[in-house]
Write a protein that binds this ligand. Structure first.
Ligand code: GRG
Length: 313
């Protein structure tokens, strides 16, 4: 996978997301600036990328349906970073190489910008219902499209909440207060599966659901996404040990400094690297068995997942 190809896709996604960001105006101007700031400071756009390519892999071709969900996904991801950086959580002053949102706008605006991004994500995703039907579509086809949008909304809401990302964050916050020896691999896996993998799974599931994939296909993508998410988070833990501040855009070594139990502290660096590789391979072989895996998007997805093994940020 050339990094040029990934960069081009990320630029395409930035143009899409920009169309859905709030206009900076009116008396709530500051929070709108803080929302847009936190999105614009950067990010790999991995989740909307996975969503867009999975949608295309399953034959989806209606921009007005997939684009609002891609923007919504990045808004939810960005809200989680905004809140994760707050003094009550990780208290990080840097994110994506720039000042974190609360460091730039103050704590109250950091909280509100996160809240607003979460709410605006749903305001945005709901716009997928507005698709103006083509003249040839029957009522039945329009109803089928509306059903796909509501199925995607259900996935988005669940995976961002207590049965997904927020659930994982709760376990993570509580694990930090425990004696490191009490934090088991089961807990670490629960945290990773929910805090990190849930939004990666849901990105792929939503892409497929909006393109009309079957229940079984969406369930298989949930499993593939879970492997990708776990591999991605272990890679993140590895980067905290082996990465550098400038490339990552945040200080490395924070896990060790905080005495945090991570996948790497439990199994060691070499085993962690091997596990990233085998999880990525397992995810790719699941994808290979799915419809559309031999399309351009299917091939891109496989390469993207494989590239996570070598990521440096
Ligand atoms: C506050 C409800 C709530 C949740 C926070 C996502 C999260 C949960 C915390 C962020 C901290 C963290 C290390 C999460 C693990 C997932 C992860 C590696 C996020 C960073 O995602 P990237 O690398 O970030 O895709 P960019 O900046 O590229 O978008």
């Amino acid at each position: 996978m050339t990094s040029d190809k990934i960069r081009e896709k990320a630029e395409e996604i930035d143009r899409i997301i920009n169309k859905y960001l709030p206009k900076e105006e009116g008396q709530a101007l500051t929070v709108m600036k803080a929302m847009n700031y936190s999105i614009h400071v950067g990010g790999k756009r991995l989740r909307p990328m996975l969503m867009m390519e999975t949608y295309r892999m399953f034959g989806g071709d209606t921009d007005a349906v997939i684009h609002p969900f891609m923007a919504a996904m990045e808004m939810i991801h960005t809200y989680s970073l905004c809140h994760d950086d707050l003094p009550a959580m990780d208290n990080d002053l840097m994110r994506r190489g720039k000042k974190s949102t609360h460091a730039e706008f103050g704590e109250a605006m950091g909280i509100l910008a996160g809240d607003a991004l979460l709410n605006y994500a749903f305001e945005t995703a709901i716009r997928a219902f507005d698709v103006v039907p083509g003249s040839g579509e029957s009522d039945a086809e329009r109803l089928a499209m509306a059903m796909r949008v509501s199925r995607a909304l259900r996935i988005l809401a669940k995976k961002a909440g207590i049965y997904g990302m927020i659930g994982g964050q709760v376990a993570d916050v509580e694990a930090e207060d425990k004696d490191p020896s009490e934090v088991t691999m089961d807990t670490i896996k629960y945290i990773h599966e929910n805090k990190t993998a849930a939004m990666i799974e849901s990105s792929m599931m939503i892409g497929a659901a909006l393109a009309g994939a079957s229940e079984e296909e969406v369930a298989e993508l949930e499993r593939a996404g879970s492997d990708v998410g776990l591999a991605f988070q272990i890679a993140d833990d590895i980067l905290d040990v082996t990465g550098d501040d400038a490339t990552l855009g945040k200080p490395v070594g924070s896990d060790e400094k905080n005495g945090k139990t991570t996948y790497v502290t439990l199994v060691g660096l070499e085993q962690a690297k091997n596990d990233v590789r085998s999880l990525s391979e397992r995810a790719v072989s699941k994808l290979e068995r799915l419809r559309g895996s031999d399309t351009e998007s299917g091939r891109f997805l496989k390469e993207l997942i494989e590239s996570l093994i070598e990521r440096d940020r």
